[in-house]
Design a protein. Structure first.
Length: 402
């Protein structure tokens, strides 16, 4: 269950997410209804109190208790409040609970059992505010205090305890359920954000491994041959020149391979990429449907589509509030089209000119293709089109720089 202390140690939630904002206000509304139900009887007892002095003291104690409790309940549904603010709200509520005993206990006499409502409210909300372990201590203290108040005011102890216990159970069951659901929503959101970060991190690690595999051996050979050329420069200039030329050739080859990796020329299996994107989106709670009606795609198109799909999947995780996504690959006359759509488009995310989409467009342009993105009614669609026969200037492999 989410408590003030637990929420204080968590990462701030995204207050701009409309779905999270609606769920938060629904939680606050439910807690407010419980707060009103708990405070109605004490205020009614204060209103019916015939002794002016006790009516004033009871009004002060009841108002202070209600305001402090409202602040704590608001904090349980507001993850971005500072930890110091939460501690102060909890301390204020604890102080008003203690102060309510001398201020409110005598109000209403033996007829209204006024403080029993305060005790039940305190014990009922304590699991949401302090955690279960402290809640047991709070419940024991409340029952003990209720017994003392009943004896001091001349009320029936059993009646005082019944009202206190029954109200505590009702509050913990009803309001606790709302806080628990809110906690699950926050955890799900945090899990989805972690999944997006993991996808980005895995892609960075993959690229780092590729670069290491490409350059590690080449640079080691270049270093050895450069050292050999330096030693031969004074004794065998001809062989030193040959070694220098070999160093130049190896450097050019390494440069070509790095360009191949950076620009995505290396072959990527489109089917594997479809399965990976589908699995990642589903594990993040996004319903994904993938269809491929185009068989035997040329290698250069399959590679381009795989890289485009990878970028589109990453953008869905990082820059949308999607609940569903569709991936479709189809052939139309003399061209192939990859379409990726999702709901929950976030206008604060990258636009069509972002670096990721710009890189996708550059890759497609090298094959004579194009990319189009649009957002209609909160649905974002990326369409990549590539001709079946690449133009003469397009290259399915890396440029030859050797």
């Amino acid at each position: 269950m989410t408590t003030l202390s637990a929420i204080a140690g968590s990462e701030p939630a995204d207050a701009t997410d409309p779905r999270l904002r609606r769920a938060r206000w629904a939680t606050i509304g439910s807690l407010a209804a419980g707060w009103l139900a708990c405070m109605a009887m004490p205020y009614l007892a204060v209103f019916r109190e015939q002794r002016p002095a006790w009516a004033v003291l009871g009004a002060v104690g009841t108002t202070a208790f209600g305001v402090a409790l409202a602040g704590c309940l608001y904090a349980t549904a507001t993850p971005w409040l500072a930890a110091r603010t939460r501690r102060r709200l909890l301390a204020a509520f604890g102080a008003t609970c203690v102060a309510s005993v001398p201020l409110v206990a005598p109000v209403g006499g033996t007829e209204w059992l006024t403080w029993a409502w305060f005790g039940g409210t305190t014990a009922g909300f304590s699991p949401m505010l302090t955690g279960r372990r402290h809640a047991l201590a709070v419940a024991a203290a409340v029952l003990g205090c209720a017994t003392v108040v009943a004896l001091a005011t001349g009320a029936a102890v059993w009646a005082f305890l019944v009202v206190t216990a029954s109200l505590a159970v009702s509050v913990a069951a009803l309001s606790g359920l709302q806080i628990w659901l809110w906690s699950l929503l926050l955890q799900a959101r945090a899990g989805r954000d972690a999944q997006a970060r993991l996808a980005v991190t895995e892609e960075r690690l993959r690229f780092a491994r590729d670069v290491h595999d490409l350059l590690g051996h080449r640079l080691a050979v270049i270093a050895v041959k450069a050292e050999l050329a330096a030693r031969l420069a004074g004794t065998d200039p001809g062989r030193a020149a040959d070694e220098s030329a070999e160093v130049q050739r190896l450097a050019a080859t390494a440069l070509s391979e790095v360009r191949e990796a950076v620009h995505g020329y290396r072959s990527i299996d489109l089917s594997d990429q479809l399965s990976a994107v589908n699995q990642v989106l589903r594990s993040s709670g996004i319903r994904c449907t993938a269809t491929n009606s185009a068989d035997d795609l040329p290698a250069h198109i399959a590679t381009a589509f795989a890289l485009t799909l990878r970028e589109a999947g990453t953008n869905i995780l990082r820059h949308s509030r999607a609940t569903w996504a569709t991936v479709a690959i189809a052939r139309d006359a003399d061209q192939m089209t990859l379409t990726v759509s999702n709901d929950g488009a976030d206008r604060s995310g990258p636009d069509r000119h972002s670096f990721g989409l710009r890189g996708v467009a550059d890759r497609l342009a090298e094959l004579g293709g194009s990319m189009n993105v649009e957002e209609v009614n909160d649905v974002f669609t990326l369409a990549a089109t590539v001709p079946v026969d690449p133009p003469p200037t397009a290259s399915a492999g890396p440029p030859d720089v050797s």
